[in-house]
Design a protein around this ligand. Structure first.
Ligand code: MEV
Length: 314
């Protein structure tokens, strides 16, 4: 084993959240400059591997009798690596994790955590892992964490490229034109699995209507992939607005998200929508240029966002 470190990006779903769980296409992009990091350090004095989650201010050991629930996902990731990818030494190393991705806000923090740890531990063990393997292993962990995920989060973060994604199919990379996005965080945490379960319950009592909406969202995602490729921010924005209307109709928006979507639109966004599971978490807007994007990010804070940032594709 060698000392090393690795990281994984956050993600934004531009089109198709929820509908993607029911087999429709969706579009996701990585946010390269917002990342979760994992460092492995070799330390001969360590009898039982030390796990440190810096942001959570937790330090424990791998074989401790019990672990805080908030790091359960980290422990399960290490177990999966040991059981299925590469046997890890029983002593002599520490894993330190820190992250700029807020937890449970629709930006892919759980998938980024698993992927950063898989990348760091396989690198430390000098074991090469192919992109497809990384997608498959991180998907297993997403299923433990979220119940019935589509696989979009772990796929876009494993590849760190914009993708058109469809469940159980190979993702198609999108080579995007230049685009400016703004993310606003409502500050409200929501568990993806819970919101996906609420949508499933609502669909049970109105399947025909929900499936019609999902089909419409799927078409928006296909059109959105083309607009992204063409760098057509105006078209992209219009499609984002349409997607947001349909997300409202399946009940995953919220007053706080609407407030930020409206604030972005008032300041000149070409379109805006919630991103991820919804009911809280983040929204994303698209702008015609970097200056407008910065102005929108500032206005989102004034409108009550707990954080906002801009990101440029290409
Ligand atoms: C979560 O980022 C996106 C959802 O569509 C769930 C999933 O695809 O697994 C809400």
């Amino acid at each position: 084993m060698i000392s090393t470190h690795a990281s994984a990006s956050a993600k934004i779903i531009l089109f198709g959240e929820h509908a993607v769980v029911y087999g429709q296409p969706a579009v996701a992009i990585p946010i390269q400059d917002v990342r979760t990091s994992a460092a492995i350090s070799i330390d001969a004095a360590v009898a039982d591997p030390v796990i440190e989650a810096k942001d959570l201010k937790i330090e424990t050991t791998l074989s401790a009798a019990s672990h805080p629930e908030s790091i359960g996902h980290i422990i399960k990731t290490i177990q999966l690596i040991h059981d299925k990818i590469v046997k890890l030494p029983k002593s002599g190393w520490r894993l330190t994790i820190w992250s700029k991705i807020p937890i449970e806000r629709g930006l892919g923090s759980s998938a980024a955590t698993s992927i950063a740890i898989i990348r760091a531990l396989t690198k430390a063990m000098m074991k090469v892992i192919a992109p497809r393997e990384l997608i498959n292993y991180s998907f297993e962990l997403e299923k433990i964490h979220h119940g019935t995920p589509s696989g979009i989060d772990n796929t876009v973060i494993s590849l760190e490229k914009p993708i058109l994604f469809r469940k159980d199919r190979e993702p198609s990379p999108i080579h995007p034109g230049s685009m400016f996005f703004i993310v606003g965080d409502t500050g409200i945490s929501k568990k993806t699995g819970d919101v996906v379960a609420q949508v499933a319950a609502a669909r049970n009592s109105n399947q025909e209507q929900f499936d019609r909406i999902f089909t419409q969202i799927g078409q928006i995602a296909r059109d959105g992939a083309l607009a992204l490729k063409d760098g057509d921010a105006k078209k992209l924005g219009k499609l984002m607005d349409e997607n947001q209307n349909l997300l409202q109709r399946i009940g995953v928006s919220s007053p706080e998200l609407e407030n930020l979507v409206n604030a972005a639109t008032m300041r000149g966004a070409l379109g805006a929508k919630l991103c991820g599971a919804g009911k809280g978490g983040c929204m994303v807007a698209v702008a015609k240029d970097g200056v407008t994007a910065e102005n929108i990010a500032a206005d989102l804070l004034k409108a009550g966002a707990v954080r906002s940032f801009t990101t440029k594709l290409k």
